[in-house]
Ligand binder design. Structure first.
Ligand SMILES: Nc1ncnc2c1ncn2[C@@H]1O[C@H](COP(=O)(O)OP(=O)(O)OP(=O)(O)O)[C@@H](O)[C@H]1O
Ligand SMILES: O=C(O)[C@H](O)CO
Length: 539
C-alpha cells in the first residue's frame, strides 16, 4: 500500500519505527554486558540498593498486597466483601503512603479512617516530592501526627484514643483494614489504667537504654497497653479485621511488629518480670501503677466468642519485608552482571562481629588460590553471634567458592537485618556507616583483586541513626584514602563518629544519600565481588 505524505504518514512511520526500536537501539547482549561492566562497582552497588528500596515502597506493597475484583477484596488468597462497610486505621512510620494507596484502591467503600503517623511526616514527604504518599484533599482518612523522635507523646495518645473509639463502634457487618509498620508501638500508646503515659514511657525508655531487644521491649509494652498484643482486634470484635503489615523485625513475627495490636497474645507476667529484672528495673524502682497492672490476673479481656470464631475474624498478612527487598536487589544485581546470593535477611549482633564476618567472606571469595583451610571454620564460628545459620553460611561459601574456582564472573552477596552498635563515644553516626567503615578497615591489607570487592550498608528508611545519610559504600582502599587526607579512621570509630568521618572523606563521596524513602524494612548489606582471575596450576 502506498502511504501519502503528511502527518498521517509521519505518525505511521513513527509507530513502525517504535515497534522496531528495541531492535534498532538495544545494543546486543555482548555490548550491553560491556556497558554494565564499565559501570563502577560503587555505582552498581547504589543501583542494587535503590532496587531493594523500590520493592518495599509503602504504596507498592499495598498495591501488590490488596487486590480488588468488583466488590471483593483479595488479600493473600483470602476474599472479603465490600459493602460500603470499610473502616481504616493505621499506625507506623510508613503508614501514610500505605493509606494513600489503600484509599486509591478501596476509597469508594471507605466510611472513615484514622492514621497515627510521625510528627512532621506530611511536610517532609511534600518536600521530598513524594506526593503519591500523601492523602488527597477531601480524604475520608484523618491524619494525626505525633511521637516526636519516635517517643510516645500526648498527640500519639490522642490518635490511639481515636483509633480505639473507631474500632469500638464497629459491628459484625463491618470490615476494618489495619495498616501497620515499624514505629507503630510508639504511635499507638494506650496505657492500661491507672498507668500514666509518662510512667509507661519511663519503663520503655529505661529498658531500651539498658539494651533490651525489640522482642523484650515489646513483650513488656504488650503487658502495659490496652491496644497492643491483640487489644485492637478485641476492640473491633465482632467486625472482620484485615491487617496489612510492613515488617521491620527480623523473622517478621506478627506478635512483635508494632507490638502486635491485631494478634491475640497471652501476657505472661513471669516473662515480663524477668525482662524487667534482667535490665535492672527492680520492683522498688517501678511505679505502683505498673506493679498493680502486672499483679492482675491475665487474660485482661473477657473472652469474646469462642477461640475459633475470634481467630476467624482476624486476618494478618505481611505484605513487605526485608526478604522482599533482598529479592528485588538480587534481580537488579543479575541485570547488572552479578550472580546474586542472598546470605540471610536476619543479620544481627554487634557491628564488630558482623564486619568481621563480611571481611572473612570477602577474603574467602577473593583468594586467588584455595583459601586457608581454617577460614571456613572461622566464618562458621561467627554464625551464632551474627544471627546467620550455618546452613546459610555453607551455601554462600559454596557459591563463592565455585565462582572463584571456575572464574565465572562477578558475585553479589546480599543480606539484611539490624546489627547493633555499643555507643561509647559522643560522635555522630549510625550502625550502617559504622559497619561500612569497619568492613573497609577489615579489607585493608588482604590480597584482593584491583577493583574490589565493594561493600555497602544502608538503612532502607534512608536515615541511619540521627544522620541524613542511609549508610556508606566502602572498599579496601578506605584506610589509605583516609590516611592521605589526614583522617584517623580508628579514632572516628572510637568516638562513634562515622558520619563525620564519611562527610570529611573525599567530599562525602562514599556516603549513601537516597533521602527519606518513606519505608522501613531494616538494613541492606551488600558485598560485590569482581571476577577473580583463574590461576592455572603450575604458573
Ligand atoms: N553515633 C552513632 N554511631 C553509631 N550508631 C549510632 C549512633 N547514634 C545512634 N546509633 C544507632 O542508631 C540506631 C538508631 O537509629 P535509627 O533511628 O536509624 O534506628 P532504627 O532502629 O532504624 O529505628 P526504626 O526501626 O524506628 O527506624 C541505634 O541502634 C543506635 O545505636
Ligand atoms: O514499633 C515497633 O515496635 C518497632 O518498630 C518494631 O515493629
Amino acid at each position: 500500500m502506498f502511504i501519502s505524505g503528511g502527518p498521517c504518514k509521519d505518525s505511521l512511520m513513527a509507530r513502525a519505527l517504535s515497534l522496531f526500536r528495541p531492535l534498532f537501539f538495544m545494543p546486543p547482549v555482548g555490548v550491553r554486558r560491556a556497558i554494565v561492566c564499565r559501570m563502577s562497582l560503587d555505582t552498581r552497588a547504589r543501583e542494587v540498593f535503590a532496587a531493594a528500596i523500590e520493592a518495599v515502597q509503602p504504596d507498592t506493597v499495598v498495591h501488590q498486597g490488596l487486590q480488588r475484583t468488583g466488590d471483593t477484596l483479595l488479600v493473600n488468597g483470602h476474599s472479603f466483601t465490600l459493602r460500603n462497610n470499610l473502616h481504616l486505621v493505621g499506625f507506623g512510620k510508613a503508614v501514610l503512603g500505605m493509606a494513600a494507596e489503600a484509599e486509591r484502591i478501596v476509597g469508594d467503600h471507605l466510611v472513615r479512617g484514622v492514621v497515627s503517623v510521625p510528627h512532621g511526616i506530611q511536610e517532609t514527604l511534600q518536600q521530598h516530592g513524594k506526593d503519591q504518599m500523601l492523602l488527597k484533599e477531601g480524604s475520608r482518612i484523618k491524619v494525626m501526627e505525633g511521637a516526636k523522635h519516635n517517643l510516645s507523646d500526648s498527640e500519639a495518645q490522642r490518635a490511639a484514643e481515636c483509633i480505639k473509639d473507631l474500632a469500638s463502634t464497629l459491628t459484625e457487618n463491618d470490615l476494618l483494614l489495619v495498616l501497620i509498620s515499624g514505629g507503630g508501638s510508639a504511635l499507638l500508646p494506650a496505657p492500661v489504667p491507672p498507668i500514666s503515659l509518662q510512667e509507661k514511657q519511663d519503663v520503655t525508655r529505661r529498658l531500651a537504654a539498658a539494651g533490651a531487644t525489640i522482642q523484650e521491649l515489646n513483650s513488656v509494652r504488650r503487658a502495659l497497653s490496652l491496644l497492643k498484643g491483640g487489644g485492637l482486634a478485641h476492640c473491633a470484635h465482632p467486625a472482620q479485621v484485615v491487617s496489612l503489615v510492613l515488617s521491620d523485625v527480623i523473622g517478621d513475627p506478627l506478635d512483635l511488629i508494632a507490638s502486635g495490636p491485631t494478634v491475640w497474645t497471652e501476657v505472661c507476667p513471669e516473662e515480663v518480670w524477668s525482662v524487667l529484672g534482667r535490665y535492672g528495673l527492680s520492683t522498688a524502682s517501678l511505679p505502683a501503677s505498673v506493679k498493680e497492672v502486672l499483679g492482675r490476673s491475665f487474660p485482661r479481656w473477657e473472652p469474646v466468642g469462642d477461640q475459633s470464631d475470634r481467630a476467624a475474624r482476624v486476618f494478618n498478612a505481611v505484605i513487605g519485608s526485608n526478604s522482599i527487598a533482598l529479592e528485588s536487589a538480587g534481580r537488579r544485581a543479575r541485570e547488572l552482571g552479578f550472580r546474586p546470593v542472598v546470605l540471610s535477611p536476619g543479620v544481627r549482633g554487634d557491628v564488630r562481629s558482623v564486619s568481621r564476618l563480611y571481611g572473612l567472606l570477602a577474603h574467602f571469595a577473593c583468594s586467588h588460590k584455595e583459601p586457608p583451610t581454617e577460614l571456613p571454620a572461622e566464618i562458621l564460628k561467627l554464625g551464632p553471634e551474627t544471627g546467620v545459620e550455618s546452613w546459610d553460611l555453607c551455601r554462600a561459601m559454596q557459591v563463592l567458592g565455585e565462582g572463584r574456582a571456575e572464574g565465572w564472573g562477578a558475585t553479589c552477596l546480599l543480606a539484611g537485618g539490624e546489627p547493633t552498635v555499643q555507643l561509647t563515644g559522643r560522635g555522630c553516626g549510625g550502625r550502617n556507616q559504622e559497619l561500612a567503615l569497619r568492613v573497609g578497615l577489615e579489607l585493608r591489607g588482604m590480597e584482593l583483586p584491583p577493583k574490589g570487592p565493594v561493600f555497602l550498608s544502608g538503612g532502607t528508611d534512608g536515615q541511619d541513626g540521627p544522620t541524613e545519610a542511609a549508610g556508606a559504600v566502602t572498599d579496601a582502599g578506605l584506610g589509605e584514602e583516609a590516611q592521605t587526607q589526614g583522617l584517623d579512621a580508628k579514632g572516628f570509630l572510637v568516638n562513634n563518629d562515622s558520619f563525620t568521618f564519611f562527610s570529611r572523606l573525599s567530599g562525602g563521596q562514599r556516603l549513601l544519600l537516597p533521602g527519606l524513602t518513606g519505608t522501613n524494612v531494616m538494613d541492606v548489606h551488600m558485598l560485590l565481588i569482581p571476577p577473580i582471575p583463574v590461576v592455572v596450576s603450575g604458573h
